[in-house]
Design a protein around this ligand. Sequence first.
Ligand code: NAD
Ligand code: UFG
Length: 359
Amino acid sequence: MMYICIRVTDSSKRCVLVTGGAGYIGSHTVLQLLLGGYKAVVIDNLDNSSAVAINRVRELAGDHGPNLTFHKMDLRDKSALEGLFASTKFDAVIHFAGLKAVGESVQKPLMYYDNNLIGTITLLEVMAAHGCKKLVFSSSATVYGWPKVVPCTEEFPLAAANPYGRTKLFIEEICRDIHQSDTDWKIILLRYFNPVGAHSSGHIGEDPRGIPNNLMPFVQQVAVGRRPALTVFGTDYSTKDGTGVRDYIHVVDLADGHIAALNKLSDTCIGCEVYNLGTGKGTSVLEMVAAFEKASRKKIPLVYAGRRPGDAEIVYASTEKAERELKWKAKYGIEEMCRDQWNWASKNPYGYEPQDHTA
Ligand code: NAD
Ligand code: UFG
């Protein structure tokens, strides 16, 4: 039998539910949605974000700002979610909401399984009950574990090294199962590599609570004087300068990848598909620090330490599948990522709510 794929790409008035839309990647994606003519409804419990981000997105969206609605809501609150779906017809859901700190997930696995798994199952149940069966899910390169070779292609064997990673893996499997059981579901699993940078306005960006786990938020806090030095984890890897190599991707490129995924969901013949979102380029810790120093004209003092437990040596993406099937390709390099990250950091050295930061 021959299938013909029909794509309807007119975004005007299409309404998308964005879970976790006040967070780092979510806020940038909501802005791109609004600018692309979509209506966006955000739900977020603000556990790791601020309502200020929503207000700033609304301002940045200009005339499109009124197309954004925000509800402070926990994904696991099924009756609240039911109420929302009963009152609004969603064309699709982009599901960012989740906890994401690897170390914390090792300390508090049940909290991660409860929030990430129960939250997702609740969402999927309510979507099914209301006949909304189009989903874009935030997965992660963490599902490749410690890849034996690079670049990572979507067909690589999957492995998770910690409870956070297992929640991503389990949710991917749940999505494959529900599509298997009901082929009306159209699902895109996006495996992000390392999102960094900020919107070029400097008005929205990453604002982690507490001590940052990830490289660039830490570097940014050293640059603005909140922390004395960056600890470089591992100098004996088999890489160009001995430090770990990752595929850093500008958060606005990542956000645009979600718009491409939404367009793809309009294909009549998509099932449950996985795409890497990365640049295909590997950059070491020291290269990234040098690029940030150049962009910010700030010296980042370094302390060299041993490897961080669980870290992979080199991870970067194969971008071919996303380029071919989503017609999406990252536009920005590390220079732009560092420029925009510094613009955000220098305008907001203590994030969205300076009064809340004591550390
Ligand atoms: P983030 O913490 O900034 O955003 C997640 C948002 O979800 C937060 O605003 C938080 O308050 C909200 N949230 C969490 N649990 C919720 C719940 N039960 N109900 C409602 N809201 C809830 O994180 P981010 O960096 O924007 O990441 C977004 C998604 O992408 C996450 O699922 C994360 O695991 C995934 N991801 C992130 C990275 C990364 O390096 N940033 C890499 C790969 C995958
Ligand atoms: N690093 C340091 N010092 C720091 C923080 C990080 O040297 O203070 C190094 C790490 O050792 C690694 C590189 O910088 O070599 C990148 O580390 P990140 O913590 O920024 O990113 P990871 O690739 O380790 O992990 C992140 C998320 C994962 C996600 C993965 C892929 O934490 O959850 O990106 O998306 F799965």
